[in-house]
Ligand binder design. Structure first.
Ligand SMILES: [Zn+2]
Length: 78
């Protein structure tokens, strides 16, 4: 029986890869949902920001690595 931690890590890696691909291949028309208040508060630089896909907004928002909530609609499910 496979280790559950291993599976979720693999899932996470796949999601990260998919996101990177999406960021690289996204048409210029993808929605830019902005930067989260937390990231702004922390004064993160562009290099420190992580892009997160929101399926509800069909766009990408930028925030701290561990943030999960879309700043535009509050969706936490990616
Ligand atoms: Zn959203």
């Amino acid at each position: 029986m496979p280790d559950l931690d291993e599976i979720s890590r693999a899932e996470f890696d796949r999601a990260e890869q998919a996101l990177e691909t999406a960021l690289n291949e996204a048409p210029p028309s993808f929605k830019d949902l902005g930067i989260t208040p937390l990231a702004q508060q922390l004064g993160l630089t562009t290099e420190q920001l992580n892009g997160h896909w929101c399926s509800r907004c069909q766009g990408i928002w930028f925030g701290y690595t561990l943030e999960t909530q879309c700043p535009a609609c509050g969706n936490r499910n990616g």
